[in-house]
Design a protein around this ligand. Structure first.
Ligand code: MG
Length: 171
């Protein structure tokens, strides 16, 4: 890739970062809330861990292009389902958060993938226990006109990826 293309791509990623953070916010989630999940995942293993360190790693995860692309795609599907802009049967599957759909988890794996096997373990843990903000997202998604099918998995995956990023740094 030549220099100008590289530079444009880099600027583009920074712009996308702002868009992604804003989108998450509009869907009811802040990076600080994701950092709280990361803190809970890693506090046992890193004795002087702080919320600030966790937030830094969450921000670093969201700077990655693969992560931004997964978030943009998943949140768009949640939003389109709410707006009734998706054909059946997919719309009902998404609106009802049908348990056997599975593509929400598969998309989120694109995020944890970046950080190797610790990421998978952490993601499985969050997906099973549904701590903190994840539970809030799930509950909110049960409202008739609301769809959080992708949001919960994306948030869990970002938290898990940030936990893995911390583990790689301090282990
Ligand atoms: Mg889901």
């Amino acid at each position: 890739m030549d220099e100008t293309i590289l530079e444009e791509t880099r600027l583009d990623d920074t712009k996308k970062y702002d868009t992604v953070v804003k989108m998450l916010h509009e869907r009811g989630v802040t990076l600080s809330e994701i950092a709280e999940l990361t803190f809970d995942l890693q506090k046992e293993y890193v004795s002087d861990l702080t919320q600030e360190i966790c937030l830094e790693h969450v921000e670093r995860v969201v700077m990655k292009r693969e992560v931004q692309n997964a978030i943009l795609t998943g949140l768009e599907l949640d939003i389109l389902a709410e707006k009734n802009l998706i054909s059946e049967p997919l719309r009902s599957i998404l609106m009802d958060d049908w348990g056997l759909y599975g593509i929400d988890e598969v998309l989120a794996l694109a995020i944890v993938n970046v950080y190797g096997s610790i990421g998978f373990t952490n993601f499985g843990y969050v997906d099973k226990l549904k701590p903190g903000i994840i539970k809030k997202i799930d509950e909110a998604g049960k409202a008739k006109d609301k769809c959080n099918t992708f949001l919960d998995d994306l948030v869990g995956a970002i938290a898990a990826a940030a936990a893995s990023s911390i583990a790689h740094r301090y282990a």
